[in-house]
Design a protein around this ligand. Sequence first.
Ligand code: PLP
Length: 455
Amino acid sequence: MSELNQLIDLDKKHHIHPASNPKEGATEGPSVLFSKGKGMYVTNEVDGKEYIDAMSMLWNVNIGHGNQEMAEAAKAQMDKIAYSSAFKGFTAEPTAKLAGKIAELAPGDLNAVFFTSGGSESNDTNLKLARFYWGLKGKPTKQNFIALDKAYHGVTVASQTATGIPAFHEFANFNVEGIHRAEAHLTGCEQGDTSHPDFEKSIRGIIEKEGADSIAGVILEPVQGAGGVNLPPEGYIKAVRDLCDEYNILMIADEVICGFGRTGEMFGVNHWDVVPDMMSVAKGISSGYAQLGGAIVNDEIKQTIQDYDAVLAHGFTYSGHPLSCAIALKNIEILEREKLVQNTKELEKEVIKGFTYLEEKYKHVANVRCIGLLGAIDLYEDYDQGKLFNADVKPANKVIDECFNRQMIIRACGAYNETVAFAPPLNSTKEDIQAIINVLDEALKAFETSIQKTV
Ligand code: PLP
């Protein structure tokens, strides 16, 4: 058996893949085994071909693959010390430096961070810190949260409950109490329009029904990612901020995808000049070169917590991991030095131009959108009639398969599998964007041909 086949065999027998079909994994084995990456390209050892990574893998490899400086920064830190604990007040040079750098970059008075290993842990940490904070403030009844429909906040138990995609609640049926679900993006209601037919489903409607004394916080992504790349309507993020102020409720921004430049600003909330009370980060903080996340809090929360003179009973073995923090520092240095946030903002126009071309050319393509380098197209059977394809058509899966056959990785999402999402590395060029649009063009052509045969 070749070495490659041995790997495939080991994977088939012993690897339970996340967010994958286990039956396919155990019978067919992995169709991809990545062995190398450079910029927006990755090599698939299974077929020996180079693929465009139009998703930055899981919306996280913001500075692109194979960056040598990152490898050197990792080695330099490992040569000194790879791991040390942050429990009991211990720290390490890159950990302290990164905390300072985050305080410098984060908006407003978000000046302190609790380090985690990823996005789910960051959200769980913020939810726990929010309850802890209200307890310390003498408001122990403020225990519950409001999260949005179509949100994605991760898979640890609280984050998964806050996620607004039912499949995650149904898997293992293991959810926490006290997370209310609001309909996303009801701007008018959040601004105070109680006569709106959907008022009861809004964040404001839920606060008025449940009572602000029971609500600790509202958690939301500035731009929803896995739920379908849903851009908030103008005024929405600000309306939620004002609502949280009105009712003395913490605003928790999940910046796990948006943070560190993805939307053409360092953080998503910067687009609307909003400063949340808490912010969850991960992914782009280290561009995936090491596992890292953070729960960032404002001065008021930090001050309240630091007045607590006992052990904070929360922490991960890898909180403040020195190697991860050194990698994050180098990643941020590259983002800043190469002006990648600016580049992202400028490339947005190229993406919109390309998406608009696809929308005009293909009758099933609609609702194209992009902010920075976070974009999506929707696939409708008939957009003017508001008619989606039948669930069994799985249009986005078909398009991403066509892209994969043309050596490009892109992602399907949306409740009806109607959305094709896109999030290439932030150091992409105009030519890279054009290359992605060209593959999408071919893939959509093949999709429309196949649909004409079946629908
Ligand atoms: N929050 C958002 C907005 C995400 O997109 C994700 C992951 O995709 C998470 C949280 C969970 O992060 P992780 O998978 O690192 O736990």
